[in-house]
Design a protein around this ligand. Structure first.
Ligand code: TTJ
Length: 639
C-alpha cells in the first residue's frame, strides 16, 4: 500500500511537470488569454456545482497582488481520504491531471470543452495556490506551490455550522506567464456575465480590489438566455416585444433556445454546449436552423402569406436580423473539425430540431402578430435578395460587354501583378486630386469617394448593390461580395483607407470598415486592409520641416528644437491642406509612411459583431456607453 502511494506520487509530479513544460498544450497559450483561462477553469468547477443545484453564488475577486480568489457556496470539495489514491479528495483534485469533476456524481459538466483541463493544471501553473473548504463547522486549508503540496490539508479554524463551500486563491506563475500577469477586468466580466446568462439564477459577483481600480458587479439573470438575447439586442430596435423561448429535454439532451428579431439585416447567432461557446456551430446549430426554416415556411404557407407558386423562404431570409442563443447540455459532447470546436453528436441535432419545431409552431399559432411580422420581414428579405441578384447579374453582363469596365473615378495603377499593387480609398475629391498627383503610378491606385458612404448596417443587399460609391469599391477590388466573394480575384495586395485625422474622417473610415467587415470579411482576416496615418502636425523652423503623428511626438520634437518664436506649428485639419509632395512624404511613400493593419481576433468574433451593431445601429445610449468605456484606449481624439 505504501509502495503504491509512492508510485502515485511520482506519477503526479510527472503529470504536473508536463503541464509546466508545455503549458500551451493545456491552456492554449501563456499570453493574456491563457492567464484569464486559469480563472475560468476554477470558476467552471463552481458552475458545475451550481448545475447540480447545490450552489447559487460565486464570488470572483481580483486581489491587490493580482492573485484571484474564487469562492462558492457549494458542498465543498471532499476533504475525506479518497480510497484509490490514499489522499484527501481536495489533494486529488489539485494534483492529479484530469481529476476535475471526478466527484461530481453524474450530471452535466462544464469542463468538457476545448481546454476543460481542471484545477490541477491551474495549480501547476501557479506560483502558489491555497484552497479552503468550509464544511461541518470547520475551515480546512491546503497549500501548494507550482503544483506541489507545501502544507498538507489541516483544519485551521471553525466557522458557522451552516456555512459550506470552497474558496480557491491562486497567483499565476510569472515564470510561465511571461507576457503579462495582470488581469483585465473587462475580459473577466465578459466571460463571467456569459456564464451567468447561461446558468439561470446563478449569481456571480466580480470584485476588483486592486488599488485605484476598485469595482464590484453582480451578474444574476432570472431569465437566463432570454435576458442574454435582450442584452445582445439592446443597441437595436426589436421587431416585436417577446423573446421567443423554447426549453426541453429529449434523449438526454437538455435544450434551450431564445430568439428575437431586430430591424437590422444581420444574423447574430451564438451557440453553446455545456456553457462553452461553439463559434463553429455543429449539430445543435444545424438542428436550430432546420427547425426555423421548416416551421416558418409551414406557417407562411398555411396562412397564405406564401402562395402556392411562391418559392420557399430560405433559412437566410428567415434569419435576417435574428439574434439567437442555442444552449444545450449533453453528457458526452463529441467535438470535431480541425480545431475540435464543432459539435458532432447527431442526437443534439435531433433534440434541438424536434423540440424547437414543436414549441415554435405552438408559439406562432398563439402569437399571430409576431408570426406575421417575422414572415413579412422574411418575404421582404427574399425579394431584396432576388433584386440584388438581378442587379449583380446586370453589372456582370455589362462588364462582359464593355470588356472590363472599372469605375470612372478610379485612377488605376499600371503594374498588372496584384502583389505589387495597392489602392488608396480617399475621402473627398480634393484630397483625391492631391493623391493622384502624388502617387507612384506603377503600383498605387487612387479611388476618391465623395462624402459619406452608405451605412450598410442599416441597408439590405439590394441597396448595397445600388450604391454608387460602394459599387465603385466592389468593382475596383475585383473580388465580388457576400456569397460571390473570391479572394483570388483581389486586384490589390493592400487596401488603404485614407481619411482626414478628424471626427468626420474617423466616421468615414468606420463606415468603410463596416462595409468590408459585413461583405468581405476575409479581406480583414487575410490582412489586406489598412488605415493610413496622416500626420497631425507640421512644425517648421529655419526652413526645416518636421511632422508629428501624435501630441506626444509633437512635444518631443519641440523639446529637441527648443520652444521659441521661430517655431511655426500647423495643425492639419484634413488631407486637403497638404500639397501633393507633403501627402507623399508623410502618408503615401512606402519607405516612410505609417500604416495600421486592421485585424480581428477570431476567438472574439462575437465581440466584433456586437461592436459593429453598437457603433452603427440606431440606438444612441449603448453607443455612448461603449464610447465612454473605451475612450481610455483612444489617443489623439480631436473633438
Ligand atoms: C462534489 O460532490 C461531492 C461534494 O462536493 C462536490 C464538489 O466537489 N463541489 C465543489 C467543488 N464545489 N466547489 C468546488 C470547487 C470550487 C472551486 C472554487 C474550485 C474547485 C477546484 C472546486
Amino acid at each position: 500500500m505504501s509502495q503504491e502511494y509512492g508510485a502515485d506520487q511520482i506519477q503526479i509530479l510527472e503529470g504536473l511537470e508536463a503541464v509546466r513544460k508545455r503549458p500551451g498544450m493545456y491552456i492554449g497559450s501563456t499570453s493574456s488569454r491563457g492567464l484569464h483561462h486559469l480563472v475560468y477553469e476554477i470558476v467552471d468547477n463552481s458552475v458545475d456545482e451550481a448545475l447540480a443545484g447545490v450552489c447559487d453564488t460565486i464570488h470572483v475577486t481580483v486581489n491587490p497582488d493580482n492573485s484571484v480568489s474564487v469562492e462558492d457556496n457549494g458542498r465543498g470539495i471532499p476533504v475525506g481520504i479518497n480510497h484509490k489514491s490514499g489522499l484527501p479528495g481536495v489533494e486529488v483534485v489539485f494534483t492529479i491531471l484530469h481529476a476535475g469533476g471526478k466527484f461530481g456524481g453524474g450530471g452535466y459538466k462544464v469542463s468538457g470543452g476545448l481546454h476543460g483541463v481542471g484545477a490541477s493544471v491551474v495549480n501547476a501553473l501557479s506560483e502558489w495556490l491555497t484552497v479552503n473548504v468550509y464544511t461541518d463547522g470547520k475551515i480546512y486549508e491546503e497549500k501548494f506551490s507550482r503544483g506541489k503540496t507545501t502544507s498538507p490539508l489541516t483544519v485551521i479554524g471553525e466557522c458557522d455550522k451552516e456555512k459550506h463551500g470552497t474558496k480557491v486563491t491562486f497567483l499565476p506563475d510569472a515564470e510561465i506567464f511571461k507576457e503579462t500577469q495582470e488581469y483585465d477586468y473587462s475580459v473577466l466580466r465578459k466571460r463571467l456575465r456569459e456564464m451567468a446568462f447561461l446558468t439561470k439564477n446563478l449569481r456571480i459577483e466580480l470584485h476588483d480590489t486592486r488599488e485605484g481600480q476598485e469595482r464590484n458587479e453582480v451578474y444574476h439573470y432570472e431569465g437566463g438566455i432570454k435576458e442574454f438575447v435582450a442584452y445582445l439586442n439592446k443597441s437595436t430596435s426589436p421587431l416585436y416585444e417577446d423573446i421567443i423561448y423554447c426549453e426541453g429535454n429529449r434523449n438526454n439532451v437538455y435544450v434551450e433556445v431564445a430568439m428575437q428579431h431586430n430591424d437590422s439585416y444581420n444574423e447574430s447567432s451564438y451557440s453553446f454546449v455545456n456553457n462553452i461557446n461553439t463559434p463553429e456551430g455543429g449539430t445543435h446549430l444545424t438542428g436550430f436552423r432546420n427547425a426555423i426554416t421548416k416551421t416558418f415556411n409551414e406557417y407562411a404557407r398555411t396562412n397564405k402569406m406564401l402562395k402556392d407558386s411562391d418559392e420557399n423562404l430560405s433559412g437566410e431570409d428567415i434569419r435576417e436580423g435574428l439574434t439567437s442563443i442555442v444552449s444545450i447540455k449533453i453528457e458526452e459532447p463529441q467535438f470535431e473539425g480541425q480545431t475540435k470546436q464543432k459539435l458532432g453528436n447527431t442526437e443534439a441535432r435531433n433534440a434541438v430540431e424536434y423540440l424547437l419545431s414543436e414549441q415554435l409552431t405552438y408559439y406562432l399559432e398563439q402569437n399571430p402578430d409576431v408570426a406575421r411580422k417575422i414572415c413579412e420581414k422574411s418575404i421582404q428579405s427574399q425579394r431584396a435578395r432576388e433584386a440584388a441578384r438581378k442587379a449583380r447579374d446586370i453589372t456582370r453582363r455589362k462588364s462582359a460587354l464593355d470588356g472590363f469596365s472599372l469605375p470612372g473615378k478610379l485612377a488605376d495603377c499600371s503594374d498588372k501583378n496584384p502583389k505589387n499593387c495597392e489602392i488608396f480609398i480617399v475621402e473627398g475629391d480634393s484630397a483625391g486630386g492631391s493623391a493622384k498627383s502624388a502617387r507612384n503610378r506603377a503600383t498605387q491606385a487612387i479611388l476618391p469617394l465623395r462624402g459619406k458612404i452608405l451605412n450598410v448596417e442599416k441597408a439590405r443587399l439590394d441597396r448595397v448593390y445600388g450604391n454608387e460609391e460602394i459599387k465603385a469599391m466592389i468593382t475596383a477590388f475585383g473580388t465580388g461580395i457576400h456569397d460571390d466573394f473570391d479572394i483570388s480575384k483581389l486586384r490589390y495586395d493592400k487596401i488603404i483607407i485614407m481619411t482626414d485625422a478628424d471626427v468626420d474622417g474617423a466616421h468615414i473610415a468606420t463606415l468603410m470598415l463596416t462595409f468590408i467587415y459585413r461583405f468581405m470579411p476575409d479581406l480583414i482576416r487575410e490582412g489586406h486592409v489598412y488605415l493610413a496615418q496622416p500626420p497631425l502636425y507640421k512644425l517648421e523652423k529655419n526652413k526645416k520641416v518636421w511632422y508629428a503623428y501624435s501630441d506626444d511626438e509633437l512635444a518631443k520634437i519641440i523639446d529637441e528644437v527648443g520652444r521659441d518664436q521661430n517655431n511655426k506649428i500647423q495643425r492639419y485639419k484634413g488631407l486637403g491642406e497638404m500639397d501633393a509632395e507633403q501627402l507623399w512624404d508623410t502618408t503615401m511613400d512606402p519607405e516612410k509612411r505609417i500604416l495600421l493593419r486592421v485585424s480581428m481576433d477570431e476567438e472574439d468574433a462575437s465581440d466584433v459583431n456586437l461592436t459593429f451593431m453598437t457603433l452603427m445601429g440606431d440606438k444612441v445610449e449603448p453607443r455612448r456607453d461603449f464610447i465612454l468605456e473605451n475612450a481610455k484606449y483612444v489617443k489623439n481624439l480631436d473633438i
